[in-house]
Design a protein around this ligand. Structure first.
Ligand SMILES: [Zn+2]
Length: 424
């Protein structure tokens, strides 16, 4: 099998004009100049995006408690989520998979409340690490939640199962230790909001309102609260409320970070210190988070936001270039997930995970710099085809086939809307 386009962007090497990608048995065998029978003229072939942080199960939670502070926002989501039956959570997760593929995402690091994300990803062919969420002060309770959720899901060639101790304010250090002892991928949320810091330091602030699910204050900031367990095995999403003197610790310990600029901005949490993290040598991948906090799984919007916020924060246009941003959503995210031997670049030997992005009619066509053209000119509407492990899993021309998935997910959303948002 092979596919060609006006440009191929391998990411680990220079762009190839009029290039092709050849693959066999799910793996890339050649990336070179040439034209295939399946050729896309005004398009760029990129490695499939690696989403470093998602919640597929919240694919249509858009707008819930929008504009509320973090505390009331999270309470509204918890309350509404519990209105769904398991099959409805699966229906929403399927929508999440379709919208991810539609955005050129071929791998996702998904923190999953119910486990439905694993089933949906396996069914529809999205590569994923699904981290089953636990919320527990007592590691015995974490083990009970893990075993109960683990029974519901199956590992497949594409879907690996991990565990997610939710956050330092909902899990104790011993719970983190238990999770890290399992020998499966582990991911958490860390230093997402000032409310988290306020609770951990002083036991005050809006998180008091969810007291039944939070751990006692540690008297420490978030990074210090889980310092003993920080290492390359613990993927940390967000890292917004991180001080400059905490950054070297994250770097020294090899802690991978999932950067979610739209989510952090829209929740009013702030902008993570991307330049500081990267300059210190922290491996950072880009994540869309979910429509619970961002409007979409649109990786192109995430790329543009990452660039805009980094440049605004630093006051320098050089703070983040398009090619570097593209790396955040491909090779760097793959490194953060420790999957870089398999995905993240178009390299012979790696999995044939790729997306074809049309630039026809965009202001970036004819193409001068293909990375900038994809990052600034791309959108899910321009994704013509998404291929995972050599299998076409999404085609722009076949949108119709997802009508039923979308309508069942809409019914689940209607059920959640039956309860009004909680007061501020
Ligand atoms: Zn999250």
């Amino acid at each position: 099998m092979e596919v060609s386009a006006g440009w191929v962007l391998p990411v680990d090497g220079p762009p190839i004009q009029d290039g092709l990608v050849r693959y066999e048995n799910g793996r890339i065998v050649a990336v070179a100049p040439g034209r295939a029978e399946r050729h896309f003229d005004d398009a760029v072939i990129v490695p499939g995006f690696v989403n470093a942080h998602s919640h597929l199960e919240y694919a249509n939670y858009a707008g819930f408690a929008d504009g509320s502070p973090f505390g009331p926002w999270i309470r509204t989501h918890v309350e509404r989520k519990h209105r769904l039956a398991p099959e409805q959570m699966l229906a929403v997760a399927r929508l999440g998979v379709v919208d991810s593929l539609r955005s050129g995402i071929t791998t996702t690091a998904d923190y999953s409340f119910s486990g439905a994300a694993a089933t949906a990803a396996a069914e529809l062919g999205l590569r994923a690490i699904v981290y089953l969420e636990v919320f527990a002060l007592d590691p015995g309770e974490a083990e009970r939640q893990w075993l109960e959720k683990r029974r519901r899901v199956t590992e497949t060639a594409l879907v690996r199962i991990g565990i997610s101790p939710h956050a330092p304010y909902t899990c104790s250090l011993d719970t983190y230790r238990f999770c890290l002892s399992l020998g499966v991928p582990v991911g958490t949320h860390l230093a997402e909001s000032a409310h988290e810091t306020e609770w951990l330091l002083n036991g005050s602030g809006p998180l008091q309102a969810i007291a039944p699910i939070v751990v006692p204050p540690t008297g420490l900031r978030p990074v210090a609260s889980i310092e003993p367990v920080l290492g390359p095995e613990l993927l940390c999403a967000h890292c917004v409320d991180v001080t400059p003197d905490e950054v070297p610790l994250l770097a020294d310990r090899g802690v991978p970070v999932a950067h979610c600029p739209r989510s952090n901005a829209l929740l009013g949490c702030g902008v993570a210190p991307l330049t500081l993290l990267r300059d210190a040598g922290v491996v950072v991948g880009l994540g869309t988070d979910s429509p619970a906090s961002t409007p979409s799984f649109d990786m192109f919007e995430e790329l543009r936001s990452a660039i805009a916020f980094a440049r605004a924060r630093d006051g320098r246009a050089e703070a983040l270039q398009a090619s570097k941003a593209l790396a955040l959503a491909t090779v760097d995210a793959a490194r953060a997930l420790r999957l870089d031997a398999e995905v993240g670049t178009l390299t012979p030997g790696k999995r044939a995970d790729l997306a074809v992005v049309s630039l026809a009619g965009s202001p970036y066509h004819p193409v001068e710099d293909p990375a900038a053209a994809v990052v600034f000119g791309g959108s899910p509407d321009r994704v013509l085809e998404t291929i995972v492990e050599g299998q076409t899993r999404y085609r722009r021309t076949e949108e119709e086939q997802w009508r039923e998935v979308r309508s069942i997910a809409s019914a689940a959303r209607a059920r959640m809307l039956g309860s009004p948002p909680l007061p501020l």
